[in-house]
Write a protein that binds this ligand. Sequence first.
Ligand SMILES: [Zn+2]
Length: 89
Amino acid sequence: MADHTLALSGGLHMPWSWCGHCERTYATGTCRLIRFTPDALHPHPATLKLCPYSDCNASTVRYQWQWANLLQQHPEYPATPSQNVVYMR
Ligand SMILES: [Zn+2]
């Protein structure tokens, strides 16, 4: 059986993202989806993807960074960040 996690172990792709708004990390792909109910004016309303931390309402489209980018600026940071910890940019 194929194990997709093996593809992430090569170091090319970090499965972590960092929120530029609350400066905390989360597993890439994690987000809070906010769906709007279609109505006459908005038959195809957008779906908002928000930072998974419930006290942060930043859009992941604008604020999601690759953790690898943070590591380049802060080599002292761990390759696997802790969730709910603020990492200053
Ligand atoms: Zn956030």
